[in-house]
Design a protein around this ligand. Structure first.
Ligand code: IPM
Ligand code: MG
Length: 408
């Protein structure tokens, strides 16, 4: 199975038998190594489950914290551009509270691709320590190197800060679309994504992990959101007909949680047909809240964002019990930088993320003001349009327009 065939050895010869013995031995050696690797992964995951089950820290009440520390990590690629513009808006909206010391805005450096590669860490230790001194984070997109073993900074931050709920709203008011996705954010296909098994030339395997407490908490978050916002329907989206253990349990646990919410209908959907249904104009507005495993959530939220007007228009919240991180739904767009269009990147995704941040820390009035200003700038008045190209406004010009609309 492993290694090349020795063509010079005659079939049935003693040499062939000896070689087979050696190969068999190498084979077993390799299999034992892989099993040891798997054992280690399994132990780590069991340990993670135990930690989740025994964590008795009360969830932080972000809305009543004083002061609230907001960390700002620009990231790289277009991240530095759109993050700097969004920070201007946040600082303008919060200027009085910043002056009064009720809100602290901290710029955090070092989450750049250059620094991460130099330190060979997805999130360098000193940067993570700095991030952990904050309560919430506004984070620009970060580049993830393809291949190799360097993990994505997003995935590492979501894990390190235990940001288990990836909340992604998508709205198209004139079509009646008002969707909120609750994507599980710390396990599924992602948790061991950089720790798969590779037997070069033969096979590779990755693992998907669904845990009891990990699923229960995302389901709880989705149903609580539905209840608090008068929603009557939660779609549980899996591929439980194929991924019988992981998705099967995900669905089962979501239904167990749903039993506590008798006024909300919990419906099972498979991800493939749900992907199609989001394009069905006559029925898609019936969906309200979605709860789904990590990878399906990643993919379908890009589709949903596209229906709203593009990934550049969608914000994303990563919520945990102790920290929360707000970012664009999309990546760092290195091609835009290479083509010299970086300044024309659309900051709307990050501005929407900032709106979610404001809501999360209980600054509802500021969040509402920003929401109506954005609606005016991107839907009703549209004095400037960002196209991502020099035929549209720059990120800075658009932000000036939003600030002017806010009266700041
Ligand atoms: C997202 C992004 C990330 C993900 C990437 C940048 C690692 O696509 O937030 O959806 O896959 O989760
Ligand atoms: Mg994505």
């Amino acid at each position: 199975m492993f290694g090349k065939k020795d063509k010079e050895v005659k079939p049935g010869s003693v040499k062939e038998l000896i070689n087979m013995g050696i190969k068999e031995y190498n084979n077993m050696d390799q299999i034992n190594d892989v099993c040891a690797q798997f054992r280690q992964l399994l132990m780590e995951q069991i340990d993670r489950v135990d930690k989740m089950k025994s964590d008795e820290r009360p969830p932080k009440d972000f809305a009543t914290l004083t002061p609230v520390t907001i960390g700002v990590c620009p990231g790289d690629g277009i991240g530095t551009i759109i993050c700097a513009q969004t920070e201007r808006i946040l600082k303008a909206l919060l200027k009085d509270e910043i002056a009064a010391g009720k809100i602290v805005v901290k710029d955090i450096e070092g989450l750049t691709i250059e620094n991460r590669l130099a330190k060979n860490q997805a999130v360098p230790d000193d940067v993570l320590a700095e991030i952990k001194t904050c309560d919430v984070l506004l984070k620009g997109p970060t580049t993830t190197p393809k291949g190799g073993t360097m993990e994505s900074a997003n995935v590492a931050l979501r894990r390190e800060l235990d940001l288990y709920a990836n909340v992604r709203p998508v709205k198209v008011p004139d079509q009646g679309i008002d969707w909120t996705f609750y994507r599980e954010n710390t396990e599924g296909e992602y948790v061991l994504g950089s720790k798969g098994i590779d037997i070069p030339g033969e096979l590779s395997m990755n693992f998907k992990v669904t845990t009891e407490p990990g699923t229960r908490r995302i389901a709880r978050a989705a149903f609580e959101y539905a209840k608090a916002n008068g929603k009557t329907n939660v779609a549980i989206v899996t591929k439980a007909n194929i991924m019988k253990q992981t998705d099967g349990n995900f669905s089962r646990i979501c239904h167990e949680v749903a039993a506590d919410y008798p006024d909300i209908t919990a419906e099972d959907w498979y991800i493939d047909i749900m992907t199609a249904n989001l394009l069905k104009e006559d029925r898609r507005s019936e969906y309200q809240v979605f709860v789904l495993p990590n990878l399906y959530g990643d993919i379908i939220t890009d589709e949903a964002a596209q229906i709203q007007g593009g990934v550049g228009t969608a914000g994303s919240a990563n919520i945990g019990d102790q920290y929360a991180m707000f970012e664009a739904i999309h990546g760092s767009a290195p091609r835009m930088i290479e083509n010299g269009y970086g300044d024309y990147a659309n900051p709307s995704s990050m501005i929407k993320a900032a709106e979610m941040l404001l809501r999360h820390i209980g600054r509802t009035a500021e969040a509402d003001r920003l929401d109506s200003a954005m609606e005016k700038c991107t839907e009703t008045e549209k004095k400037l349009v960002v196209t991502g190209r020099p035929n549209g406004a720059t990120a800075e010009e658009f932000t000036d327009y939003v600030l002017e609309t806010l009266g700041e």
